[in-house]
Design a protein around this ligand. Structure first.
Ligand code: URA
Ligand code: ZN
Length: 378
C-alpha cells in the first residue's frame, strides 16, 4: 500500500520551560495567574483584554495545560492528526515586553531550548526561533547570525510591533538585511489585535471572539501593508515572509489596497523597465505577493484557502494548526475540530496534487526539511 503523503504543520506553538519561568515571575501582562480555587489550572494572561479586573481570576485569559508546554503532548497531537513533522515556534507575545538589556539573554535561552527539543526528535521537529526585539538592533542581528549554528532553525517568528514603531520603521533595516542574507523565513504573527474601543463596551461578553477572529487578521494585514508601502521589499527583494492566518485579509483586500495607492496623488508616479507607469513602491503589490510572500492555510474555510491560492499561488500556501490554541471544548475528543476544519478546507479547495502541495510538499521544499521516510514520504 502506498504510504500517505506527508502532512507538515508550520503553525504550531510551544511555551518552553524557560519562557514559562519568565511568565511565572511576572505580575503584569503577560503572566501566569494562579486562581485561588483549589485544583484550578493556572491561567495564561497574554492578551491585553485577558487582564480584565471585572472577571474572577478563574475566568480570565485561558487555562494553561500541558499542551502548551509538554512536547510529548504535541507529539501525541501530531500522531492523532497524522502530522508527519512540525515547525514549532514560541507563542505570542514572544519577547516584546522585556527590558532592552534582558532580550538577548532570553532569546538565546529559548532558541537553545527549542533547538535541543528538535534535536531529540530528528525528522519530526524543526523550529522558528524568536528575536529579542526590545533589545538594540545590534543585539538582534547578533542573534540572527547565531541562528545559523542551530541546525533545526528554519526561520524566525515575530509580531507586528518591530522595535516598537511597527514594521515600516527604517531602524529595522539592519534586521531585514540580516534576515534576507541569512535566508531565514520570517513568520509574521499577530498578538495585539485592534484598539480595544473598536470592540465596544460589551467586548467582555464576547470573550476572545472579536480580538482573535477580526483583530488578529487586521493587525497582520496592516503590518504587511505598512512594510510594502514603506519600500521594505524594494530594499530587501529577497526577504521571505510567511503571513499567519492566510495573510489576515490581504488576499481579499489586495485590490483595494493597490487601488488606493494608484489614486493617491501624494505618491509620485514612476515608470518601470517595461514603460508601465504606477505609484507607490517600485515593486508592485502583486509582484511582492508572488515573490516574497507565503501564507499559511489556517483560515478554516474553503473560500479562504481558494483566496490565498489565487493571490500567492498554490506552491506558496502551507498547512498549519495553531496548536495548542483552539482545542476542542469537549475534553475527551481525540481529533480537534479546528484542525479537521483546516484539513477539509484544503482538500475541498484543491485537487489531489494541490492538497499534497499545501499539506506538506510546499513546506518540505521551502524549508529544506528531511523528514523520516517511514513517517510519510509519499
Ligand atoms: N490565540 C493566541 O493568543 N495566539 C494564537 O496563536 C492563537 C490564538
Ligand atoms: Zn498562532
Amino acid at each position: 500500500m502506498a504510504s500517505e503523503p506527508p502532512i507538515i504543520d508550520i503553525h504550531t506553538h510551544v511555551y518552553p520551560s524557560s519562557y514559562i519561568s519568565l511568565l511565572r515571575s511576572r505580575v503584569t501582562v503577560p503572566y501566569l495567574l494562579n486562581p485561588s480555587e483549589k485544583g484550578a489550572s493556572p491561567r495564561l494572561i497574554i492578551l491585553p483584554s485577558d487582564d480584565d479586573p471585572s472577571l474572577l481570576p478563574g475566568s480570565r485569559g485561558r487555562p494553561i495545560d500541558p499542551s502548551y508546554t509538554d512536547i510529548g503532548v504535541k507529539l501525541k497531537f501530531m500522531s492523532d492528526h497524522r502530522i508527519t513533522a512540525s515547525v514549532i515556534s514560541l507563542a505570542n507575545p514572544w519577547l516584546d515586553f522585556l527590558p532592552p538589556t534582558e532580550g538577548l539573554k532570553w532569546a538565546h535561552m529559548i532558541n537553545d531550548e527549542l533547538e535541543s527539543t528538535c534535536s531529540r526528535h530528528q525528522g519530526k521537529l524543526w523550529a522558528f526561533a524568536t528575536l529579542p526585539l526590545s533589545a538594540s538592533p545590534s543585539d538582534i542581528v547578533t542573534e540572527i547570525d547565531r541562528l545559523r549554528s542551530l541546525p533545526h532553525s528554519r526561520g524566525i517568528i515575530m509580531g507586528t510591533t518591530g522595535l516598537s514603531n511597527g514594521l515600516d520603521d527604517p531602524n529595522l533595516d539592519s534586521i531585514w538585511a540580516a534576515l534576507e542574507e541569512s535566508k531565514l523565513l520570517v513568520f509574521l504573527h499577530p498578538h495585539y489585535g485592534l484598539p480595544a474601543p473598536l470592540y465596544g463596551p460589551r467586548a467582555s461578553e464576547y470573550s476572545h471572539v472579536l480580538p482573535l477572529s477580526l483583530g488578529f487578521p487586521m493587525e497582520t494585514t496592516i503590518a504587511f501593508t505598512r512594510m510594502w508601502l514603506s519600500g521594505v521589499f524594494d530594499r530587501y527583494p529577497e526577504l521571505k515572509l510567511l503571513i499567519a492566518h492566510s495573510g489576515g485579509t490581504i488576499p481579499f483586500l489586495a485590490g483595494r489596497i493597490d487601488s488606493c495607492v494608484q489614486h493617491e496623488r501624494h505618491f509620485p508616479e514612476h515608470t518601470d523597465e517595461n514603460g508601465i507607469k504606477s505609484r507607490g513602491p517600485k515593486r508592485s503589490l502583486d509582484q511582492v505577493l508572488s515573490n516574497n510572500i507565503w501564507l499559511d492555510a489556517v483560515v478554516y474555510s474553503e473560500t479562504g484557502v481558494k483566496a490565498a491560492v489565487e493571490k500567492v499561488g498554490q506552491e506558496r500556501v502551507l498547512f498549519g494548526t495553531d496548536h495548542p490554541f483552539f482545542p476542542p471544548l469537549d475534553e475527551g475528543a481525540e481529533k480537534w475540530a479546528s484542525v479537521e476544519t483546516n484539513l477539509n478546507a484544503v482538500t475541498s479547495a484543491q485537487d489531489k496534487a494541490g492538497s499534497r502541495a499545501i499539506l506538506g510538499a510546499n513546506a518540505i521544499e521551502l524549508l529544506g526539511l528531511e523528514i523520516n521516510p517511514r513517517e510519510g514520504g509519499g
